[in-house]
Design a protein around this ligand. Sequence first.
Ligand code: ADP
Ligand code: MG
Ligand code: MG
Length: 471
Amino acid sequence: MNYSELMDKVEGFDENELNNFVSKVKDWALMHGIGMRSKNNFDENSLVVAPFTLFPSPIAKDCFNRAIRAQTLLNKLLHRLAYDPQFLDYALASVLEHDEFTRKLYEIYTEIRKTEPAQRISCGLFRCDYFLHSDGSLKQVEMNTISSSMSGLIHSLGYAHRYVIKQLGMDQHLNHIPVNLALSQLCQGLIEAWKLYSVKRAVIMFVVEDVTYNICDQRFMEFETQNLNSDVRIIRRSFNQLLEQAKLGENMELLVGKDEVAVIYYRWGYDPSHHTDETWSLRLMMEKSKAIKCPSIQYHLVGAKKVQQVLCFPGILEKYISNKEEVEMIRDLFVDIYPLDESPEGEEGYKLAMTQFNRFVLKPQREGGGNNIYGDDIPKHLRSISRKDAAAFILMGLIEPVPCKNILVKQDYVGKGDVVSELGIYGIIVGNENEIFVNEEAGHMLRSKLVSSREGGVAAGDGLLDSPYIV
Ligand code: ADP
Ligand code: MG
Ligand code: MG
């Protein structure tokens, strides 16, 4: 079956036919919850359609399978690194002085290490992201350990794409869209953590922003968790609400109003702008509590871009993965990443950043999209800060995915374009320093963006939800 047949089919449409077709698909999408609150025109009684591609985008089968196979290894790797204080100390040392946000997280981590922890278990809903490089290899963009989003929307989008294919009378393409259980599997991860807490009346708490735009994604997780286990109650609280309502009980339970919290699921708190001095104290208090955190502070820290760079140093992977083939499999996913501190490797990175900037992307220790620096802005930026402060960044080799044609559908825009697609594989892990209770690959997501756009965050505004079409 040829992927291009899909595009060819609508090439035959006149403008009117295409607009009518897209209108219908948009209604399908909105009526199945592929929506968001409007950023320009917030109204809690309405949703606008989330940006998506009209067709699924092609992903090579062997790359897709490789990313899936890698996920449980990566879960375990991140878990082991997170539970090795010496590793975190070593990996993050050079950024702590120069990045206040990482330092604040690290202060919490240091503080909780001073006493016997009330809770040893961490819960991770991770997502590892990849591009298929132009040479056909699968290359990792990053590993997310906090607020890995979009499973709630991507779930329905797979069905939207199946609907499109059926409407075009091309059912023979349907089996190219793989089943995606991301939503239920991520929810299962939260449920497993909740069960380990072993207090039936205790709740799962979603920590959210004051105003949630990506509401469908979050609510679908809430609804699906309760659908899978009707004993679980879920509450949603913002930092501002928690500042008033949260306290520690006699046995370090986290109490929010009348509820004891079994699992804290952070959908907020991953960016400096989310925090004030008060919320940092709140995060410390919650971290000290007996609740199982998703993520715990050490899981949050291990998602730092700096950790990804340190993993590229020779010998590090071998320390945490005993099987040579597995080490090779993981190493193959990495592109070159340089530190920019004042070590010999950092000096080499700095020189490359100043002279060969078109081969790289400069990344700070941030999440949520829109923070990276590209091209000649790299030397410009490095010149604008001190040589020492460059240590807060990493320099990563650019991955160059091959573009493919698609039709972009947004709330107020429809148009053809060349897009590149970023594949995300979700993983769930629940464990403590001695034992891993759950370690699973948990479905996938695809996000596409125009080739001309630097970054493709869907919530940030540049990306479009997509599904893989396996070729
Ligand atoms: P964030 O945690 O903010 O999502 P990412 O590392 O995922 O940070 O970078 C944001 C976006 O920048 C990615 O979704 C991707 O589009 C682009 N990007 C990041 N790293 C690379 C890279 N090495 N090569 C090409 N594009 C990249
Ligand atoms: Mg990220
Ligand atoms: Mg990202």
